[in-house]
Each structure stands twice: as C-alpha cells, then as structure tokens.
Design a protein around this ligand. Structure first.
Ligand code: GDP
Ligand code: GDP
Length: 440
C-alpha cells in the first residue's frame, strides 16, 4: 500500500477542492451547501513525486456523536488512524473559528505529522490572511488557493518531506492487488445499504437525514474469500431534498468515473421496479467501458411474486441487453442481509473470466469451427477470407481476427463471432472485444 495522506478540516474550508486539485481529477462533488460532501473519498495521487493514497474526509466538528457531525467526526478519526500524513485545511479568508482551534488542539494530541494549510489565500491580501493560522499552534501554514492552484507546489514539497521512506518495489507486482468494484444503480436502489451489508460495519454514513449525499466513495476490505476488494463507488446517489440539477449531472459523471476505474460493476436493481431505461443505460455503459457486470436484484424480501419478477428481468435482459448475455443475477436483500453472501462469489467468478486468456491453439480450433459452420459473407461480391485469431489481452477479453479484408467484416458476423466466443469459453456477463486486422 502507498502511504496515505488524509485531508481534514471543518466543512466548507475547501477540502474537496484541494482533494480534486491534488488528485488531478474531478472526483469529489463540490457544492456551496455546507456539509454536502460528507463521505470519505479516496484516490490514488502523485504528490512530490511519490504515489500516495489521498483521502478526503468529512468535516470534523465538536458535536454530540448522535448528530450527523458527530458521526462525521468519528469517520475522520478513523481515517486519521490510517494516515501517514494529515493535511489540516483552514479557511484563511474566513479567519480561525473556535472549531478550528478545538480541532487543532485535538490534532496536536495525535501522533500523525500534520501540515497546516491556509486555503483561499489567492489575491493580494492572501499572505496576510494566512498569518492568522499561526495561532493554531501547528507551525508554519502553507498558504494555498485550492481553487486557483496557488501554493500547490509548496504543498507537494511539504507533504513529501513528511512521507515515510519509500519501500522496495512498491505496488506494481503486488499479487494481492485488490479487485476494483463499483456499485452502480439508480438512487434508492439500495446501493449504500448493500455496501454496508458487504462491509459488515458502518463505514459509510447513511441515515434518515434528508439531503444526505453520497459521492464517489472508495473503501477497501477483504471479502469472505480473503481477497482484497476496493470499492470505487458511485455517485451520487442523491436523496430528494435540495437536489439541484447540477449536482445530479455531476453525480452521473461520477458514475461514469467509477465505471472507468472499476474492474467489475455491480448493478443494483430494485426488484420492485425491475430493470428500466436507467438501469439499461448503466449496464450498456459498463459494457462499453469493458467492465464485467453482476446484477444484484435487491429488495427481494419485499417481492411478492418472485417467479414473475425473475421472468420479467430475464425478458428485459434477453431483449435489451444482448451485449451482456448470461450476466449473473443475484437476488438478495441488502436490508436483511439475506443472499448478500452470494454476491462476492459471483463477482469473483466473473472477474476471473474477465481476466482469462485462451491459448492460441485452443482459440484457433474454435475459430476454424466457427468459420466452417458459417463462412464469412460476401462483401461487394467478394469473399472475406479469415485466417486465424489471437487473444493478445484480457481485461476485457480481446480477440483479434486476421484475414484478407478482415476490416470489412459486417456487424452481424462480428456479433456471431463474439457470441460464439462467449459461449465456447464460458464468459457470461463479460464484455468481449473483437478487432480485425487485414492481411494480404
Ligand atoms: P469542503 O467542505 O471543505 O470540502 O469545501 P469545498 O471544497 O466544498 O469548498 C467549499 C467552498 O469553498 C466552495 O464554494 C469552493 O468553491 C470554495 N473554495 C475552495 N477553495 C477555494 C479557494 O482557494 N479560494 C476561494 N476563494 N474559494 C475556495
Ligand atoms: P441508494 O440511494 O441506492 O444508496 O439506496 P439506499 O441504500 O439509501 O436505500 C434506499 C431505500 O431502500 C432505503 O429506504 C432502504 O431502507 C431501502 N432498502 C435498501 N435495501 C433494501 C432491501 O433489501 N429490502 C427493502 N425492503 N428495502 C431496502
């Protein structure tokens, strides 16, 4: 594991903006409403020339533990336990507040090295404002503007100085690399409930408060098989209240980002509603991104006619989702936990297939058989001559077909090959790529 850098501070000081700036990507959802970004978010980042895991936390505030802020604090404390370096952000423009002081006092008692960041110091008065942060007793503040990018270089240097020594041969060859999982689905399908059930502990902040937002959250754990799983959750799955058009759009973008980062996507379908356009769109997106898919048919406890629900789903899959033919469907109840234990084995199975490479000999025996059964069609009255196939890569499985005018292979013949491949080598729910190369 790379060293962990945790960003802390009370709500609205600019943690998410800084997180995005350091991670170099738009992952967190930034919003002017205080406390909108509540969950921990993680992203790999390069800081001061080192690979680190960057963690954004919810705000830390003095509050009773029953309140949402109390829970955020508990969550920050947990994040700090894993931290190699803490980046404590204050809003220099707004001045130091009592909760900054209390937070700083608490941080001084922790054993993690702290970098004090005075944010929002763009403009002529910036340096002057940053001085105020000295009163926190955490040493020299690094003056930055997360929004404009000022001072970020100095921050990189400050972090680098505090990182632990580099270990030999970090990362790359790690045989225990975590499986990267995304949980996607429409709002209210039960994604957070499912995540909590998988984790078996309250890692995510869920609750009855209206307007509670989740955005891209990443957590890591070991599943029943002992393998590591890293969740790249999904976005945004906004609750009704205070929904702004913009946030919805950003959430959709975050969903796509999660899909790009994951290896397997669990599509959570509300069994009471069935699979609708929204779910189909997400499933197609996952396929287009080359991700293996498992469908979690959630709220199974509340379904009265299970046979009907199952049939309805397989009809939809057959007619509207041929790309993911044979995709695994796991009925479960995230709320009661029933059936949840069958999800990760299904994920592992499709993951193994997604990683599978078929040896060239075996592949070409299958290929010849396919050609014998249905020779490639005529195009412009000339026959396309296919010669052989290779599988240069998996993740997702990619087959390259060589032959004279192979590039002109029509769509339906490509589909015939892809479906044949998926069937012959047992790859239900796995996106398969077919490429063609012309030879003479
Ligand atoms: P968080 O709650 O601590 O995660 O704060 P956000 O990252 O959501 O930022 C809170 C607000 O401060 C947003 O309106 C940001 O646009 C704004 N903000 C963040 N960084 C800067 C900065 O460097 N300068 C100024 N002027 N505003 C900033
Ligand atoms: P998200 O928006 O996809 O994260 O959905 P949530 O996890 O917040 O769940 C939305 C609602 O569905 C909540 O009221 C949950 O209690 C409810 N819910 C989640 N899973 C189940 C389940 O397995 N059975 C039933 N009956 N309700 C569930």
């Amino acid at each position: 594991m790379p060293p962990t850098v945790v960003i802390l501070g009370r709500p609205n000081v600019g943690k998410s903006t800084l997180f995005n700036r350091l991670a170099g990507r738009r992952i967190a959802i930034v919003d002017n409403t205080p406390g909108v970004t509540r969950d921990r978010k993680e992203a790999p980042a390069r800081i001061g020339g080192r690979d680190v895991l960057l963690v954004d936390t919810a705000g830390l505030e003095e509050a009773a533990p029953e309140t949402i802020q109390g829970r955020m604090r508990a969550s920050s404390e947990e994040a700090l336990r894993r931290a190699d370096v803490a980046v404590f952000v204050v809003d220099a423009r707004g001045g130091m507040t009592p909760s900054d002081l209390a937070f700083a006092a608490w941080l001084r008692r922790q054993s993690v090295p702290v970098i004090l960041v005075a944010n929002k110091t763009e403009g002529r008065q910036g340096g002057y404002w940053a001085m105020e942060a000295y009163e926190l007793g955490l040493g020299d503040p690094v003056a930055v503007s997360a929004e404009h990018g000022d001072g970020i270089g100095e921050l990189h240097d400050a972090v680098r100085e505090l990182l632990p020594e580099e270990a030999e041969g970090e990362d790359e060859a790690d045989p225990d690399r975590p499986l990267r999982l995304a949980i996607i689905g429409r709002p209210n399908a039960g994604k957070s409930t499912l995540l909590n059930a998988l984790l078996g502990e309250e890692r995510m902040i869920t609750g009855p408060e209206p307007g509670l937002t989740r955005d891209a959250v990443a957590v890591e754990w070991r599943d029943e098989t002992g393998g590591r799983v890293r969740l790249v959750d999904t976005a945004g799955l906004r609750k009704r209240a205070r929904v702004t058009e913009d946030l919805e759009k950003m959430s959709a973008a975050a969903s796509l980002a999660a899909l790009k980062e994951c290896e397997v996507a669990v599509l959570v379908v509300d069994a009471l509603l069935g699979m609708d356009e929204q779910e189909l769109r997400l499933a197609r997106l996952a396929e287009r991104e080359g991700r293996a898919v498992v469908i979690a048919l959630n709220k199974w406890d509340a379904v009265e006619d299970r046979t009907a629900a199952r049939n309805r789903l397989s009809d939809t899959l057959m007619t509207s989702l041929a790309q993911l033919k044979g995709v695994a469907v796991v009925p479960l109840s995230a709320a009661t936990g029933k059936g949840v234990e069958r999800l990760m084995p299904a994920v592992r199975e499709v993951y193994a297939l997604w990683n599978k490479r078929v040896p060239t000999g075996e592949l070409n025996r299958w290929f010849e058989d396919m050609l014998a059964r249905h020779p490639p069609p005529l195009v412009d009255r000339r026959r396309i001559k296919l010669r052989y196939a290779t599988m240069p890569k998996a993740r997702p499985p990619t087959v390259v077909v060589f032959g004279t005018r192979a590039e002109e292979l029509p769509e339906d013949y490509r589909r015939y090959l892809v479906n044949g491949f998926r069937e012959a080598f047992g790859m239900p729910g796995v996106p398969v790529r077919l490429q063609t190369r012309g030879t003479t």
